[in-house]
Write a protein that binds this ligand. Structure first.
Ligand SMILES: *[C@@H]1O[C@H](CO)[C@@H](O)[C@H](O)[C@H]1NC(C)=O
Ligand SMILES: *[C@@H]1O[C@H](CO)[C@@H](O)[C@H](O)[C@H]1NC(C)=O
Ligand SMILES: *[C@@H]1O[C@H](CO)[C@@H](O)[C@H](O)[C@H]1NC(C)=O
Length: 491
């Protein structure tokens, strides 16, 4: 399939060149090829934040993102991640696949977070490899996967395929005292705020790349910042910002998780003691502070693109690998839970043919990113990707209306859903699921619910038994987008 696509590309190119041959001197073939690739392909700057929520004011510090991306482009207000945990979600973003298909099931090497099986399989099929094969110059800086650079899997010498420029962070998010793989060579960083603060280093490398680029080839740049992940270390100049704020007291803030919640939610001291609540507030402020540096980076990159006249031909995409909770249902701080705070993420995009200043409610998930990027680049979407391209939706000037179905699913429909998601080899009992809400747009629905035990969730992922390969079956929600779910909003 890919060979055939390359074949078409070269066939098209050959026809183009032979036409040009008769009207121009023949020695400019390589220049023509560069122009051919260039003229037809947009650039991309993909900014991926770490653990940034959208529900608990996570976008508050992003004045430049609002002004330079959202206001000039489109916000997808119903963006979710199918697996709100760094490594599984990032692996889904890179491959366009659900966790049960790429099998990076947790943040450990043994769970294939940057593990051997990941390197031998899914890593060779990320959007980067496709973009690279089709003539893109690809650039990556920042956090990749939590176990990247581990000695057991090749250390920092291992540069994932598809990336021409590689500045990969060894291990999990940090702000100081880290190792970067600079195209396979270790580069150590200390604690000098000017030279070592990771978000700033990412920003500088990005600007250097743009500065050096002749833009003969289209480029894809991924800026994968550590903010707002632990250890929540702001740049010194921002250490005093937001001091008067505290974590939002949502309706479910610091209340006991009831019997209806799954097992994990009912562990721990509930409600939280005062010192823990203070810690939650402190983390809330520091998360926002770390994001201010990201917002500066966005401004610098956009301004530079404008100076070199590449801005109008560049898609800027801003999103996060998962959300975060801060005190909801007495869970102090983390992600990985099946609730709005954790699964809902920011998503905004600007670029060619994207309407400006629009908000679209169309429901999307992290697996849609890879197919959307390839589609916007004019590359055919490989069949193994589970996600769908959002291209037609994000280039519309009118939002597709969505309807929300809340706790109103009749018994027969619930029975239907149960049957649909029974996993071979597992008793129906274990599969009991409470449906909380369904969000539908045309034939696309995203269904939210809770399984009765989180222990089961892990098992389910490991067995890789899915009733239908395209259905997502982790803890969090089931994505029914390939099937008309037949559920209508109650009047
Ligand atoms: C990750 O998954 C692997 C494989 O199932 C398992 O052995 C390991 O304990 C898991 N790690 C964590 C932290 O859950
Ligand atoms: C960085 O490492 C040094 C030396 O090990 C240590 O003293 C310092 O506390 C660390 N700083 C941070 C911010 O991690
Ligand atoms: C951060 O705080 C400083 C000092 O109060 C203020 O001048 C600055 O505008 C704040 N920056 C942002 C981006 O909010």
């Amino acid at each position: 399939m890919e060979c055939r696509q390359i074949g078409y590309l070269f066939l098209g190119f050959a026809v183009f060149v032979s036409v040009m041959y008769w009207s121009s001197p023949s020695h400019i073939h390589s220049e023509l090829r560069a122009q051919y690739i260039k003229k037809n392909r947009p650039n991309f700057v993909f900014i991926l934040t770490d653990d940034q929520d959208v529900v608990l004011d996570g976008m508050l510090p992003m004045a430049n993102v609002r002004k330079l991306i959202a206001k000039e482009g489109l916000t997808l207000s119903n963006s979710f991640v199918a697996s709100p945990l760094c490594c599984p979600s990032r692996s889904s973003i890179l491959t366009g696949q659900y966790v049960h298909n790429h099998m990076a099931i947790n943040n450990s090497l043994s769970g294939q977070c940057s593990g051997t099986r990941w390197q031998m399989g899914p890593e060779k099929r990320t959007f980067a490899t496709h973009l690279h094969n089709y003539g893109y110059e690809t650039f990556f800086a920042g956090k990749y996967l939590n176990q990247y650079g581990h000695e057991k899997v090749g250390g920092v010498k291992h540069v994932p395929p598809g990336w021409d420029w590689w500045f990969g962070l060894k291990g999990n998010s940090r702000y100081y005292n880290y190792t970067l793989s600079v195209n396979g060579m270790a580069e150590e960083h200390g604690t000098d705020p000017d030279k070592d603060y990771l978000t700033k280093v990412i920003s500088e490398r990005a600007l250097e790349f743009l500065h050096k680029s002749s833009f003969e080839k289209p480029f894809f740049m991924m800026l994968s910042v550590p903010s707002a992940h632990a250890p929540f270390t702001p740049e010194p100049k921002y250490s005093g910002n937001f001091s008067s704020l505290r974590a939002p007291r949502t309706e479910n803030f610091n209340i006991k998780a009831g019997e209806g919640k799954h097992w994990l939610m009912r562990q721990g001291v509930q409600p939280l003691p005062d010192d823990v609540v203070n810690k939650v507030d402190d983390v809330f402020r520091n998360r926002l502070r770390t994001l201010l540096t990201v917002d500066d980076m966005v401004k610098d990159v956009v301004e530079y693109l404008e100076v070199v006249d590449e801005l109008k031909n560049t898609y800027l995409i801003f999103t996060s690998d998962n959300g975060y909770h801060l005190g909801q249902f007495s869970q102090p701080l983390d992600k990985r839970e099946p609730y709005e705070t954790d699964i809902r993420v920011p998503f905004t995009i600007r670029g060619p043919n994207i309407p400006s200043g629009m908000v679209n409610t169309f429901p999307t998930t992290n697996i849609d990113l890879a197919p959307t990027i390839l589609d916007l680049a004019g590359i055919r979407i490989p069949k193994y990707m589970d996600g769908v391209s959002l291209k037609s939706e994000i280039t519309k000037t009118k939002s597709t209306g969505v309807h929300v179905v809340l706790n109103s699913i009749s018994l027969s429909e619930e029975e239907l859903l149960k049957r649909e998601y029974q996993i071979p080899g597992y008793p129906q009992r274990v599969m009991r699921m409470r449906v909380e809400a369904i969000l539908c747009a045309e034939k696309t629905c995203v269904l939210f619910g809770e399984l009765e035990s989180s222990a089961f969730i892990a098992k389910l992922l490991i067995t890789n038994q899915c009733y239908r390969t395209r259905l997502f079956m982790m803890a969090i929600f089931i994505d029914l987008r390939f099937h008309h779910c037949g559920v209508r909003a109650k009047a």
